[in-house]
Write a protein that binds this ligand. Structure first.
Ligand code: AMP
Length: 193
């Protein structure tokens, strides 16, 4: 299955996406992780992306599309994969559809992990305060910016997928186990349809 996982910062997307990928036994493709790895390796792409990441801004579409385009061509993605944190703009969503269609493939499901904004702010502030190794974009100053970026650029992506009948909203409140059970149900419903 080809699944996209979308959620605002602080919704618990990373943890749940990782868990779903291992449950389905498909690669977990997190563009955030790929960009941080590229930054640590000191590649040019990593250096370019880092300047945006530290301000809570999105990296340029062409950088992210390039990195994900190379990754989905790898043989381990032939059975499917889980996109985490990608696409984050309409342009990225269109590019992903285009790249998949070149291989006669298409997305099966888009999951939106939904958490109310005041709860997100509480979680992000707690994370910024307690992180032993805070990431540059986890600072209290970057929080409003990241939420605003999500609202203005990523929420339209949800509409893009809703219009194509691919979107399932998952309630992200509750224990990680409760949230994962909802995700598993949504995936099983899609698999049996
Ligand atoms: P994440 O770990 O998914 O929260 O991503 C961390 C940061 O990486 C984001 O705040 C962006 O700066 C950058 N990033 C990750 N994925 C994308 C994407 N699909 N498009 C643009 N920037 C991204």
């Amino acid at each position: 299955m080809l699944i996209v996982f979308i959620g605002p910062p602080g919704a618990g997307k990373g943890t749940q996406a990782q868990r779903l990928a291992s449950h389905l036994n498909v690669p977990h493709l997190s563009t955030g992780e790929m960009l941080r790895d590229a930054e640590e390796s000191g590649t040019e792409l990593g250096r370019k992306a880092a300047a945006f990441m530290k301000n809570g801004q999105l990296a340029p579409d062409e950088l992210v599309v390039k990195i994900i385009g190379q990754r989905i061509e790898q043989p381990d993605c032939a059975r499917g994969c889980l996109f985490d944190g990608f696409p984050r703009t309409i342009n990225q969503a269109e590019e992903l559809d285009r790249q998949l269609s070149l291989d006669q493939r298409a997305l099966d499901l888009v999951l939106e992990l939904h958490v109310e904004e005041d709860e997100l702010v509480r979680r992000l502030l707690r994370r910024a305060k307690h992180a032993d190794k805070p990431r540059a974009d986890d600072t209290p100053e970057a929080i409003p910016k990241r939420l605003e970026v999500y609202r203005s650029l990523t929420q339209p992506v949800l509409e893009y997928y809703r219009a194509r009948g691919l979107l399932r909203e998952i309630n992200g409140q509750g224990t990680p186990e409760q949230v994962f059970a909802r995700i598993r149900d949504a995936v099983e419903t899609r698999q049996s349809s």
